[in-house]
Design a protein around this ligand. Structure first.
Ligand code: PLP
Length: 390
């Protein structure tokens, strides 16, 4: 087996590669979370989160992204409330399922998993809802299962065009810190995120960014019965740099470091780095004469690319071969597209050479698996990266 040497290539779109500097920052004693060092660190983190979310009220939970989804729903929606959701892929479907389990009534706009949330349809549904029974519109910003990024400002505009008071809830789990995002600027009420994708951390932290309107609903007895997920207690303790539970201290050391790295690089530079790697990857796929799952160019995700397998070829067999021969993990097709697509993650701690290694592994895999393609995609990406190298 070739892979006892060198570094594993983790090219799934999350969990992403954790930079060595972040790993080192976490390799520290777990301190007293009621002491001054902790308080200073947390206040610093909350400061640094502001530009990343584009707002100043961010709640951190020790949780997965799924936990942060639940927190978003239970703080502002009551059982029986109606929520408008757009089927963009596997993750929007899981969020929808959760909403139903919590007793919400989901008004679903179906989708074919190749496009983002449709602002026109959202506007139409809201216009039909004359007595404002829909309390929230919930959208996944970057649909990690398909490589499609919904245009959140257009969704906001659709709500405003319909003159509808629904809240806007957005899952930014695989977009925050990689794609441009503005919680306040885009008029979002609740932003959902977690640690293991663009924030370059191990899994274990969930985030909600909260608008004044959402917070008012939550504090004035809105939402569902809840305890752990209640924003109020967290925000109160955060004022002095503390939490009312035992925090995930070592993950916070890592977060402190990863935020420093993002802000040092400059968010604009981080975004353009992802755009460039997204473009290079798509050029490689086209050169291979394979098909990109996303069929709406203005909604291409810059953080991952899902690729359709030619008829009669199994994506999971290709992924297995690439893992065994080249020690590289690629993202699987999830639920509806299982076996039909594979996903290349180009998100988080990532550079030109990592992308070329990744594409080279894919191209060798295509060749060995006998998947019909035109060779040279990796070279095409190299040409693009060389031409655009800063
Ligand atoms: C990964 C992901 C989730 C789920 O997060 P978990 O930490 O696995 O619970 C939800 N939504 C999107 C868009 C994701 O990429």
């Amino acid at each position: 087996m070739a892979y006892s040497s060198g570094r594993h290539f983790l090219q799934i779109p999350g969990p992403t590669n954790v930079p060595d500097a972040v790993l080192r920052a976490m390799d520290m004693p777990t301190i007293d979370h009621r002491g001054p060092d902790f308080s200073n660190m947390l206040l610093g983190i909350l400061d640094k989160l502001r530009p990343v979310f584009g707002t100043d009220k961010v709640v951190i939970f020790p949780s997965s992204g799924t936990g942060a989804w639940e927190a978003a729903l239970v703080n502002v929606l009551a059982e029986g409330d109606r929520v408008l959701m757009s089927e963009t892929g596997h993750f929007s479907s899981l969020w929808e399922q959760m909403a139903k389990r919590l007793g919400l009534e989901v008004n679903l706009i179906p989708g074919d998993w190749r496009r983002g949330a449709d602002p026109d349809q959202i506007e139409a549904r809201l216009r039909e809802d004359k007595d404002h029974r829909i309390k929230a519109v919930a959208v996944v910003h970057n649909e990690t299962s398909t490589g499609v990024a919904s245009r959140i400002p257009l969704v906001r505009q659709a709500i405003d065009n319909a003159g509808h008071p629904a809240l806007l809830l957005v899952d930014t789990i695989s977009s925050l810190g990689s794609l441009p995002y503005e919680h306040d600027g885009w008029g979002v009420d609740v932003t959902v995120c977690c640690s293991q994708k663009g924030l370059m951390l191990p899994p274990g932290l969930g985030f909600n960014a909260v608008s004044d309107k959402a917070l008012a609903i939550s504090t004035q007895n809105g939402g569902m019965r809840r305890s752990y997920w209640d924003w109020g207690e967290v925000l109160k303790a955060n004022e002095r740099g503390f939490t009312h539970y035992t925090p995930a201290t070592n993950l916070l050391y890592g977060l402190d470091k990863s935020l420093d790295m993002l802000l040092e690089e400059g968010l604009e530079n981080v975004f353009s780095r992802h755009r460039r790697h997204g473009e290079a990857t798509r050029r490689a796929v086209r050169a291979w004469e394979l098909e990109i799952l996303c069929d709406s160019p203005e909604e291409y995700s810059q953080v991952l690319t899902a690729i359709l397998m030619p008829e009669g070829h199994d994506a999971d067999a290709l992924r297995k071969l690439i893992l065994e021969r080249f020690d590289m993990s690629l993202g699987a097709g999830l639920s509806k597209v299982a076996g039909k697509v594979f996903r290349i993650g180009h998100v988080g701690a990532f550079n030109d050479v990592t992308l070329i290694g990744t594409l080279g592994g894919v191209e060798m895999g295509l060749q060995l698996a006998g998947v019909p393609h035109r060779p040279g995609g990796t070279q095409t990406a190299m040409n693009y990266l060389a031409e655009t190298a800063g």
